[in-house]
Design a protein around this ligand. Sequence first.
Ligand code: ZN
Length: 315
Amino acid sequence: MNSIRLSLVALLCVVASSIADAQQYMAKEVARSDDNSWSVEDVGEGVYLFRWWPGFYVSPFVVGDDAVLAVDPVSRDVASLYRAAIASVTDAPITKIVYSHDHRDHIVGADVLSPDAEIYAHPGTLASLERRGDPDIPKPDVLVDNGDSINISGRTVGVHYFGPNHGDSNIALSFETGLGSMLVFVDTLEIGIVPYRTLPDTNVQGYIASLRGAAALDVDWVLGGHSGPGPGVWIDNYLNYFLDMERALIKAEAETVEPPSESVEDVIAQGERYTDAVIARAIDELRPTYGHWRGFEAWAPLNAQTVRMYIITGN
Ligand SMILES: [Zn+2]
């Protein structure tokens, strides 16, 4: 499938998901590449959204009086497109880049996006980069934590850290837009979409605590790294999803009978059949409320595997 067809599919998905929201986001597109691989939307007050359609990524950037702050370069290839996208709406230089979290699929390519920019990130992101030694990710110059703010020539970006969640270094960013206040919580909040697969690198208890922290901010809009913006109620939607998942798994565990086993091999085989039955029962319980979220049938059972391990281990 070529990239133009892919972007049409992506566009239709976004339109369909935004129709489902009570408070609809109406995209004001101000730029698009000839090959439809990227577009830019203006959300007002100097805030723009860069979308890279073939990979379903979205990164916000904030244009101040004479400088730009950009969130997450994504990859070296995407960063060059992101740079062109920003140049399509402003001549101001990109002087600040913020890494949302330490995951490689969001933060490679800052040197391509703007080689001289100051890079901001949570201390946990620096710790990961030092531990991993990623040769292709420039290290942050400035460490930011909960309660900090980043100034970008006349505009302010708030920094929030609620502890570990989708990773242990995720910061949420807040700013005013023409639509109201907006919170960006990359990969931790994805609007209209079930969390990704087996919740890689996730601290489930911390995720629930982080969503409670984000809910207390009372923002008008939320943006993920792959979806949105959607109305602020999506923080509660995600919080309820995890709490309901935990309850459904505990209930399913109590209602499912595990037959006795006669050998170690049998313990493993019976245990797997039992686990499958518990997961299926819990997913049946969640389907009436969450079955319309994109990815539910594929990913909710995988989410449940990880949440069940959290229930069993306590971590
Ligand atoms: Zn991530």
